[in-house]
Design a protein around this ligand. Structure first.
Ligand SMILES: *Cc1c(COP(=O)(O)O)cnc(C)c1O
Length: 470
């Protein structure tokens, strides 16, 4: 297996572990397989009714090739997805399916340590990075700014890994109590939580400035564009498929709540690898640039509004570039022109690149959006129908699936977080606070003055703090 950058016309090839440690390509393109590996229906049948770790091993093996030895890969997968980290899972099924009504399902991706689907990829990414760094005798210092789910998922995944140190900046304002507690209760060992007396943009600016200095050269990001993360999300599409179908070979639709286009892109890759997916339905919230894109071919960035499904409040979906690469016939030069236009004017139109709307339709994507009121309605609907409480992002996917699904085939909506993370919105919808899974009871009492460091927006102070701890 070899990988290329989306912006490289020459298609220079790299190995899996090179893409893993590089994150972004030097030409600022994203890594993608030079050819999608294939999984046959016979291979799929063998995986039916096996544990998640079996499926994850088989699919990642296809993607990685020989770059990580089989025994090692098995070990990494087994360490990423343990019963301890996924305490509510049963018989090794960490992504269980539930039926809402005939041909309509929810698949839970949020049984991991931080109750959101980011755990699925982060856990595996942490293990793979730690393995490869140790093998190369290298170490990694990560400086990162985040205000949402990704931060705690990264901390939970990197905690205790000997070759990685993680410095996490977060703004004092903006975070919910629950999210803050999730992050700050993970401090210690190799994890440093730094609270910046400023806003999220200040944190990001500090990260950018420090990344530019040669002293801290290896501050790689492990953000959502890392190919290791995208590829670690592919197995769960196989897992759900195998749980939901009566007959291997039957086609299903998936509906995915989307922001950065990472999750649904992994579904697209699963389809490219041979998983019988008929359509991928992209669900957005009020920030519906992706919906407009699939309907018109035109991508225009507008400032994202803050909504009650905040992890989808994104208007520049960074992983979308990987799909455009395929749409533009895997022509790196053309893609680079397209992205240049996008980055200069924040607006670009696929129809200017000889792609028609019917070409786009043939890509099997469909899309729709949901509003705050509709989100609340869906939370109420699922509660009344099944007595399950769903989170606001999952509600967006239920809403869009209801509008677009074909009742004659199975549609699977992805549940991307547990409601416990968004108590205010649940309270608004149901007049009650969702029950907390055992591991989150008393969460807010698990941090104190000694689990975070408060700094002003002062670059030198931050550098000093890092020097002292590296
Ligand atoms: C990150 C996130 C999303 C959006 O996923 P993308 O891969 O960015 O499209 C949706 N829901 C939740 C709860 C998330 O944390």
């Amino acid at each position: 297996m070899k990988f290329v950058s989306t912006r490289d016309a020459e298609k220079k090839e790299l190995s899996y572990t090179d893409t893993l440690l590089a994150g972004l390509a030097p030409d600022r393109g994203l890594f993608i397989p030079s050819e999608y590996p294939q999984v046959s229906l016979d291979e799929l049948k063998v995986l039916k009714d096996t544990a998640y770790t079996e499926i994850a091993f088989a699919i990642k093996k296809k993607i990685i090739g020989w770059d990580i030895p089989d025994d090692t890969l098995r070990e990494l997968v087994n360490r990423a997805y343990t019963q301890e980290k996924f305490p509510e899972s049963r018989n090794g099924n960490i992504t269980p399916v539930r039926k809402i009504e005939k041909n309509f399902y929810i698949q839970n991706l949020s049984l991991g340590p931080t109750a959101a689907f980011k755990d699925m990829a982060m856990q595996q990414l942490g293990q793979e990075m730690n393995y490869e760094l140790n093998k190369r005798g290298e170490s990694l210092t990560i400086l990162w700014a985040t205000s949402w789910d990704t931060g705690s998922a990264a901390e939970a995944a990197m905690k205790g890994l000997e070759s990685i140190k993680l410095f996490m900046l977060s703004p004092q304002v903006w975070m919910s109590e629950f999210q803050r507690a999730q992050m700050w209760s993970l401090s210690g060992d190799n994890i440093y939580n730094i609270s910046i007396d400023g806003r999220f943009d200040d944190c990001q600016d500090m990260v950018k400035d420090i990344k530019g200095s040669s002293e801290f050269a290896n501050l790689w990001a492990v953000n959502s564009i890392n190919w290791g993360r995208i590829s670690s999300q592919v197995p769960y599409y196989f897992s759900w498929y195998l749980q939901a179908v009566d007959q291997v070979g039957e086609e299903v639709d998936f509906c995915v709540p989307s922001g950065n286009f990472g999750n649904v892109l992994s579904g697209y890759i699963a389809k490219k690898m041979g998983l019988p997916i008929r359509r991928l339905i992209v669900a957005t919230n009020e920030n519906n640039v992706l919906e407009k894109l699939f309907k018109t071919g035109k991508y225009t960035v507008t400032p994202a509004d803050i909504t009650s499904s905040p992890s989808m409040d994104i208007s520049k979906a960074s992983n979308y570039e990987r799909l455009v690469y395929d749409i533009l016939w895997r022509d790196g030069a053309k893609l680079a022109t397209y992205m240049k236009q996008f980055e200069e004017s924040w607006s670009v139109d696929l129809t200017d690149f000889w792609v028609s709307i019917s070409d786009l339709k043939e890509l099997w994507f469909e899309s729709g959006s949901s509003s705050h009121a509709q989100r609340l309605e869906m939370i109420q609907y699922v509660e009344e129908k099944r007595a399950w409480v769903i989170d606001p992002h999952t509600a967006d996917s239920i809403k869009v699936a209801q509008d677009l699904r074909d009742p004659n085939i199975k549609t699977i909506c992805l549940e991307t977080a547990l409601p416990v993370k968004f108590e205010d919105t649940i309270q608004e919808a149901l007049w009650a606070i969702p029950e907390r899974p055992e591991q989150f009871v008393w969460l807010e009492s698990r941090w104190g003055d000694d689990t975070f460091t408060l700094l002003w927006t002062d670059r030198e102070a931050l550098k000093d703090f890092m020097r002292k701890n590296i």
